[in-house]
Design a protein around this ligand. Sequence first.
Ligand SMILES: Cc1cc2nc3c(=O)[nH]c(=O)nc-3n(C[C@H](O)[C@H](O)[C@H](O)COP(=O)(O)OP(=O)(O)OC[C@H]3O[C@@H](n4cnc5c(N)ncnc54)[C@H](O)[C@@H]3O)c2cc1C
Length: 557
Amino acid sequence: MTGPFTTHEVLNQPPPLEDVNLFASDLALKEAVEREGAGAAREALDAFGALTGSAEALERGRLANEHLPRLETHDRHGHRRDTVAYHPAYHELMTTSCTQGLHSAVWTHLRTAGEPRRPGAHVARAGAFYMAAQMEAGHCCPITMTNAAVPVLLLQPDLAEEWIPKILPFRYDPSFAPAREKAAVTFGMGMTEKQGGTDVRASSTMAEPVATGGAGAEYIITGHKWFMSAPMSDAFLVLAQAENGLTCFLMPRFLPDGSVNALRFQRLKDKLGNRSNASSEVEFHGAWARALGEEGRGIATIIEMVTHTRLDCAVASAGLMRLALANAIHHAEHRTVFQRKLVHQPLMEQVLADLVLDVEAATALSFRLARAFDRADDPRAGAWRRLMTPVTKYWVCKIAPALVAEAMECLGGSGYVEEAPLARLYREVPVNSIWEGSGNVMVLDVMRVLQREPDAVEQVMEDLGVAAADDARLKHAHERIQSLLYEPKLLDQRGRALVEALALLAAGTILKAGAPAAVADAFIASRFGGVSKQTYGQGLERADTRAIIARGSPNRE
Ligand SMILES: Cc1cc2nc3c(=O)[nH]c(=O)nc-3n(C[C@H](O)[C@H](O)[C@H](O)COP(=O)(O)OP(=O)(O)OC[C@H]3O[C@@H](n4cnc5c(N)ncnc54)[C@H](O)[C@@H]3O)c2cc1C
């Protein structure tokens, strides 16, 4: 190359990883969707995969994170506004995901009275959500909260009748207006306060009935929330103390007379990642709300919302790990070091194959859990949902940061700069482990199941026992877990060990039954074979690493 300011030709740099169909190029995802009962959604997911993996969509993700949401507390004349302005790219991302129905597709049977649930709806939605998170993770927060608000609303028929028809349309309407004037609405959630997040019983926010209290009654709420994301949502499910204890309320942005409700946003959090999503600190200055459920039943009421969001945390984390892995393999396939493609350097081969195995396991676990939500009426699936929601959320979300860090390293210095998606991903992933119940809280939830719902544990252990029967290492892992369960006094100390062991065993059994032998054998050998390791790239001496990496490659359409 010649020219006055040209010193060199750019060589040995990979092409950008964009315009890749996130569904067609992801074998583990495609197989999980089929295996867990959503094969009918194949074509829709393929189309959504092309959309979410397009260069335009990824650019929107970048823009929405570079141009942060801005809180506008007042207008220029000093009137309160309490609105948040987003970059147009954020609204475009919301439009993409809402048009796909990610905020309501599992509830479309509610459009017509008596209509049965659509089989495989949760798994199909999980497939799309996994890809939407790769397109851009921050906007997934209001999407997941809106979806998860529906089962709580169903507990209060008059509120369900008023609000659910506004959630169901596959549309996004960002206008700041009363819900009745809008084409579609989104929901947020306010539980965490300064003095207590996990310990929501410590809430100091007070609720006074306008007249007589009780389910569906009107209340005036005074207090604060320390984290309340997606503040431009049309309504929030919030917890506050009523006379008979912590109660769940539906708090809309507008009052029935069309005036703005008394939510005063103090500031937006300056966060490590998840930056396209606004997370507010808010005060309720006598805000109007209606009780959702009876006084004192706040936690029991809102828990179903939390359960649904925990599934999404796992699915999104699996998707983000997939994105990191795809970038790592793509880079290694194109980069030459010491006269050899990086992907064929023996040490790198070990690392990449090891990353593939964890992404396969995270995907398998998340989609098996989604199936349990689809079939929750079946007692065995219900047992899986109860026990394995915290187990899956714990393990998948917790391994994500280390996996993304290793994937970033596979790109060398180029992985560490903001132009590559890895830097943003690295800052994004820890949040899924923190919100909706942090690690220890998931472990405590598992212990609660052990104490209060031993039948659920027994059923899951039975299922895992059957699935593990043909493999000596899985069988041994199953026996080890059984022995942990028989020592309940030690569980306080061994809770994390138990949860991790359950996640690994479940993943091992699903991969054994459903993944190619190269993947399943390597996963079982390296995770159950007694290899002691703290970093990736170990324990795969006998594995067919090339076959494993080829399966994980995004360059396969
Ligand atoms: C980006 C972001 C957005 C958020 N958006 C929202 C939102 O929209 N609405 C909302 O309500 N909240 C939101 N949150 C808050 C989030 O859900 C809480 O931060 C989380 O639940 C933890 O609560 P905390 O911060 O009060 O920590 P704490 O409850 O003080 O917990 C601190 C640590 O202690 C551990 N811990 C707690 N109890 C125990 C125990 N008994 N034994 C052992 N360990 C324990 C926890 O696992 C955690 O690791 C958001 C948080 C973030 C980071």
